[in-house]
Design a protein. Structure first.
Lengths: 568, 553, 102
């Protein structure tokens, strides 16, 4: 007879948090009776939940001060909206502050989230960028421990968030993936990913596979005691010596060794990745071959046009990953690094040929950011980094998910956030679509963001077609909802009401900028760098203090201030 | 009267059926190799073997389908083969009705039409199908031996050998019954098999009962109909399950039983090793089962609750598990399950203490029906289980427990338990003024309304509100009051009052969770012995192999 | 989505507040708080429109049997009436249970 297990998966978010904290120490912050619900759901005819699906609990683990953040997967699929996102980000931000002040506070996040709550769209995406920023800061003090029990797991931007965790404890039922199978099927066709093939899905993105290929640390049975024990071990172990999101060379070499023209399955990855513990150098023959074959066709895109005009460089030396451009040039009186992701019709990975952020792009962006950090390590004045943003989406493909595109994106997020915390001013220039996971990867970690006021500049969490399929609404219904909730709109004007943009620049020819356009933008960039330096703010808190944010992010601000009141 | 005149003058042949069979078989001698019909000659063979107007038994029940033969029958030329009288347990596949549209068949006697119930109702109304009768399984099997003896049987088996011996294995179901009725009155038995082999694992049906075998192009269709994913069991199912265990199983000492396929009963199966154990009931109740190999019964079996299980049919994925538990299941020398639908129906009707089922509608008198407007689903086996067999003479605690009178001559009663939530999804009340079945019956010109379980057979009704012990009601009026008291805010429920409920509680005619010491806040999914299909796989030590559609990781 | 409100006269008091359920498919959350005045106020937000009468029936009956002075808020994501009644009674159990801490 087998031992009857006490299921952790079956527990609701609140019970999960209670289970993980030392007995009798659970204290909920912003609990249900405070009724901090989403203000955006009822106007769309959706019933809200009084805690917006996130439980923040203070208490102790192994006697040490801790905060547990637990997402309720049953409410709106654990989707992150303005309030729920602010609860998570706010709690992490206070934990950072505690630790900065010498009060050690551990953090455990129980992930059960489909990603951005599409009914709040840009609020979710923005919150996730802030959650990610806080995790990167907090990891310097304590391990940020992720528990992924299922039934949902973590999808979308929240999988990238998991890619930043110090340690991941997962069950076989937990899933980690950037793009859900339904979205890939919608975007790339059923031949790319059959969302009805459950067995394949689990074998690709399920906890056992993720742990086997090193994208999660501990595979546990769905048993309360076992999970509590593992969390305690993680707290006691403290900060790990290696973080996945920093292992750029390892992952890039792994991906280089994959031949995207051939089919590859979960077991192949297990085999390939179990042998390469110490490989940091790519098979030389292969690289050479790639160089020869890669006759990179140059396709002009807004990202490339702006990159070339701003840097003055039109003939870049082709690198390993030709879809990621970088150059160090002078802007005003100092050298800055520009980074752009651009289309490469010859991309080794077919799903990343139109300027999407794919497996190689995420890690390569990370590499170029880290280079700057290393070169400037001893300098007092850190080099600014300017992300030229024109990213239609992340790459939607089976191989991308199998090989952990979320981890690649997390690598870039980590790099940008780390550079920012190290004092590099990070400025994003939005010249084209800035969508979803691609934007989180490249641009959303910036201190300041400047956007062109142009119909081609869009910010959103998911293409309309996919959003309609996932939320079971028509595109017309989505457009109608966007009229009531600006965060659901795609246009940059609506987005600017959130108060996140440093500047929305009108009168610029976005397609073919003239000399005066360039001058205007350069001036704006210089000013943004200056403002960043003088403010001394290295986290993302300035996003909440703009005039527009006072109304555009009222709920997020309120949540944070209430959290502070209840924290101790 | 001159007796010699009656016998001799008639010059009657006593072997017309035998002669007809011989003539038909002679026609296909060129097509066949001994007893084997080549796969690509099946349509031609059927056209030669079946005469217009023949009575044809086509195997198909709610799980296993002679799908190759049914599609072959659908391809015969209606000019050659027509006006057949079909006898079928289940109308499941489109071609089962296509043959009526083409005129290949005309008259139909059946038992269940679940998957085709909408089209069925339409075709009866249009006159495309003439229905003889709608039966329960046992009635239909019975009539095979009385007035519906087939000229032709089209059945399915896993394997055959060259002598026509058949192996039907775990999915034996009703094949032997149909074959017996046909073979022993000179009908022609044709079996589709997945495979021809030299040596069978065991013989389920002797070759001398079988005339022809044909290897099918694809294995016969088999549905996993009795697999309930524990994921979908709600706290409500659990609450009702806890009430049933305390208020019925324990109270009446139920030893042997049959469960329907709903989530309520799946919840009970998964509560036995946890909640049942905590009540100290292991070894005291629920020992002998007439039940398909429900995956949700695995934890109860593994934790030692179950002595025996006899099965109507198999269940996809349960083959290895069953084979590894021969003390519990009926298995052959080869190790695999031997199911038998007719035998298990008899067991479920006569030999068990209790039947636990569910329904879509129930009227104030406890009559229930799964018929909804526009659909004619028939009965299947539920009425056999869900009725009190008046021919029963052996007694058991539970059976005797149902005696309420004091006269010297008394009969006990089988417990017929219905478990329903007061409303279905979409806020449709389950308790209704009048069953939809009445109108459906009138539209289809049926002689009686298609009632699944008659109220006077029902001894207990369980809702989320409580239990009505209908067998204790003094009269019709009190039955109605008891039902109303647990009918929530349905129109029937609103007839009840607090005072009335109190009186019924005091008299023990109804019980609420608090009367049974069941706490609503205890009704949590963590109480289930298995919370997912994967947990069931774990319980079985990996022997249970669920079909892909039920798998998660 | 529909928003409904109900009011009842009440006599009994409840010891403490209670929270049960989740706004998930076929489920609902119930927030129950004791009130000083002899009244009960119920606010319902429900996913499906047009079932006001059933909500009234459920609540009428609940307060007929459990005459409590309380503020109750219900957020419903398509639960059946049976589920609603069960959650209400669970909330009542929690509010009266000394051991359950919420």
């Amino acid at each position: 007879m087998i031992k009857l297990k006490d299921s952790f998966v079956e527990l609701k978010a609140r019970e999960r948090a209670k289970a993980l904290l030392d007995e009798g120490t659970f204290r909920e912050l912003l609990g249900p009776f405070e009724r901090l619900e989403s203000p955006h759901l009822e106007p769309q005819g959706i019933v809200p939940e009084c805690d917006d699906g996130v439980v923040i609990a203070r208490g102790t683990i192994c006697g040490e001060r801790a905060v547990v953040i637990s997402i309720e997967g049953s409410f709106q699929g654990g989707g992150i909206g303005e309030v729920s996102g602010a609860k998570i980000a706010g709690a992490l931000e206070i934990a950072v502050k505690d630790n900065e002040e010498g009060i050690k506070t551990n953090a455990v996040i129980v992930h059960d989230s489909g990603g951005v709550r599409l009914q709040e769209a840009n609020y979710g995406l923005l919150s996730i960028s802030e959650i990610q920023s806080a995790i990167v800061a907090l990891r310097n003090y304590v391990p940020v421990i992720g528990v992924i029990p299922g039934k949902i797991g973590c999808f979308g931007g929240m999988s990238m968030t998991a890619g930043l965790f110090s340690k991941i404890i997962i069950t076989r039922e937990g899933r980690m993936t950037l793009n859900g199978p339904e979205v890939i099927e919608q975007e790339a066709g059923v031949a790319e990913f059959d969302s009805s093939d459950k067995k394949m899905i689990w074998n690709t993105i399920g906890g056992a596979q993720r742990q086997a290929i090193g994208l999660a640390d501990v595979l546990v049975d769905d048993d309360i005691t076992t999970i509590i024990d593992e969390v305690r071990v993680a707290v006691k172990d403290g900060k790990p010596s290696k973080l996945r999101s920093k292992q750029i060379d390892l992952f890039l070499s792994r991906i280089k060794n994959v031949d995207p023209t051939k089919p590859i399955g979960p077991m192949d990855v297990r085999e390939m990745w179990s042998k390469d513990e110490d490989i940091t150098v790519v098979d030389a023959a292969k690289v050479e071959q790639t160089d020869k074959n890669e006759l990179v066709e140059k396709v002009m895109s807004r990202g490339r046009i702006w990159f070339e005009k701003l840097t003055g460089i039109t003939e870049l030396k082709v690198s390993d990953v030709p879809s990621v451009l970088y150059a160090d040039v002078n802007l005003g009186k100092e050298q800055v690094r520009y980074i752009a992701v651009v289309p490469n019709p010859n991309n080794r990975f077919p799903r990343a040929r139109k300027g999407e952020v794919g497996l190689e792009e995420g890690w390569t962006v990370a590499k170029y950011v880290r280079e700057v950090m290393e070169e400037d390590a001893d300098k007092e004045k850190k080099r600014p980094i300017i992300a030229v943003v024109d990213v239609p989406s992340q790459a939607y493909g089976y191989k991308e998910e199998l090989l952990g595109i979320f981890q690649s994106c997390a690598g870039a997020v980590d790099a940008y956030a780390s550079a920012r915390y190290a004092g590099h001013p990070i400025i994003s220039l939005l010249v084209g679509p800035s969508i979803s996971g691609a934007f989180l990867t490249h641009g959303y970690q910036a201190n300041r963001m400047i956007a062109l006021d142009d119909p081609g500049v869009l910010v959103h969490a998911m293409s309309k077609q996919s959003a309609a399929r996932i939320t079971k609404r028509t595109i017309e219904e989505l457009d109608e909802a966007a009229k009531k909730v600006p965060s659901m709109a795609y246009d940059i004007k609506s987005y600017s009401t959130l108060g996140t943009l440093e500047d929305l620049v009108s009168g610029i020819d976005a397609e073919s900028p003239k000399a005066e356009d360039l001058e205007t933008i350069k001036e704006k960039l210089i000013k943004a760098i200056e403002v960043t330096r003088t403010s001394g703010i290295r986290d993302l808190s300035n996003r909440l203090t703009s005039e527009k944010a006072l109304t555009g992010r009222a709920a997020g601000i309120k949540v944070r201030s209430r959290l502070k009141e209840e924290w101790n | 009267m001159d007796i010699s005149k009656l016998t001799n003058d008639s010059r009657r042949s006593w072997t017309t059926r035998r002669e007809k069979k011989a003539r038909q078989i002679a026609k296909v001698q060129k097509l066949v190799n001994g007893q084997v019909i080549p796969t690509d000659k099946i349509v031609e063979a059927l056209e030669a073997l079946i005469m217009p107007g023949d009575c044809v038994a086509l195997e198909g029940n709610n799980q296993k389908q002679a799908s190759f033969l049914s599609s072959a029958l659908n391809q015969v030329n209606p000019d050659k083969v027509n006006n057949l009288h079909m006898v079928m347990s289940s109308i499941s596949r489109p071609e089962h009705l296509d043959i009526f549209e083409k005129g290949i068949a005309k008259l139909l006697d059946f038992s269940f039409a679940g998957p085709q119930s909408l089209r069925m109702a339409q075709m009866i109304e249009d006159g495309t199908v003439t229905v003889g009768s709608i039966h329960t399984y046992l009635e239909l099997y019975g009539r095979l031996f009385v007035d519906l003896t087939p000229n032709i049987a089209l059945v399915a088996a896993d394997k055959a050998d060259a002598q026509g011996n058949l192996y039907t294995g775990p999915n034996t179901e009703e094949t032997p019954t149909i074959v017996e009725a046909t073979a022993f009155r000179d009908g022609i038995v044709i079996a589709q098999v997945n495979e021809l082999t030299d040596e069978l694992p065991r013989v389920d049906i002797p070759g001398s009962w079988v005339d022809f075998v044909v290897v099918s192009d694809k294995p016969y269709q088999l549905e996993a109909l009795f697999t309930r994913d524990p994921r979908q069991i709600s706290e409500m199912h659990i609450l009702m399950g806890m009430m049933a265990i305390r208020g019925i199983y324990e109270r009446h000492n139920i030893q042997s039983l049959n469960h329907g396929v709903g989530f309520n009963t799946a919840a009970i199966e998964l509560l036995l090793p946890t909640y049942g154990e905590s009540l100290g009931l292991k070894g005291r109740i629920c020992k002998n089962w007439a039940l398909n190999p429900h995956p949700t019964l695995i934890p109860a079996i593994e934790s030692g609750w179950v002595d025996s299980v006899h099965c109507f049919g198999g269940e996809v994925g349960m083959e290895k598990y069953v084979a590894a538990r021969p003390d519990i299941f009926f298995t052959g020398k080869d190790g695999s399950l031997r199911s038998n639908r007719a035998m298990c129906q008899v067991a479920g009707q006569y030999a068990v203490d209790a039947f636990v089922g569910s329904t879509l509608q129930m009227d104030a008198y406890g009559n229930s029906s799964t018929v909804t407007l526009g659909r004619l689903a028939g009965y299947g086996g539920a009425p056999n289980m869900g009725s009190d067999p008046h021919g029963r003479r052996h007694s058991s605690d539970a059976w005797l427990n149902m005696i309420t009178g004091e006269s010297e001559i008394q009969r006990g009663k089988k417990l017929v338990i219905q478990m329903v939530e007061t409303f279905q999804q979409g806020n449709k009340p389950v308790f209704v003024e009048s069953l939809d079945a009445i109108k459906v019956g009138q539209d289809a010109k049926l002689p009686i309304a298609p009632v699944m379980v008659y109220g006077d057979d029902v001894t207990h009704v369980v809702t989320e509100e409580g239990i009505a012990y209908l067998y204790k009601a003094q009269n019709e009026e009190e039955r109605k009051q008891a039902l109303a008291a647990i009918a929530g805010v349905t129109p029937l429920g609103k007839e009840s009052t607090a005072d009335l409920k109190q009186r019924l509680r005091e008299n023990g005619v109804i019980a609420f969770p608090e009367d049974l010491k069941v706490k609503r806040t205890d009704a949590k999914r963590s109480l289930l012995a298995a919370r997912s299909i994967d947990d069931l796989v774990d319980w079985s030590g990996g022997l249970y192999e669920p079909p892909a559609k039920f798998r998660s990781w | 989505m529909e928003r409904l409100t109900f009011e009842y006269a009440a006599t009994k008091s409840v010891p403490k507040r209670a929270y049960v359920g989740v706004v998930g498919s076929g489920d609902l959350e119930v927030l129950l708080e004791p009130l000083e005045d002899k009244k009960a106020y119920v606010t319902v937000r429900t996913r499906f429109d047009g079932f006001e009468q059933i909500w009234k029936d459920i609540l009428d009956r609940f307060f007929e049997n459990n005459d409590i002075a309380a503020k109750i808020e219900i957020n419903d994501f398509g639960a059946t009436p049976g589920m609603v009644s069960m959650r209400l009674l669970q909330a009542l159990e929690v509010s009266q249970d000394d051991k359950t801490q919420r």
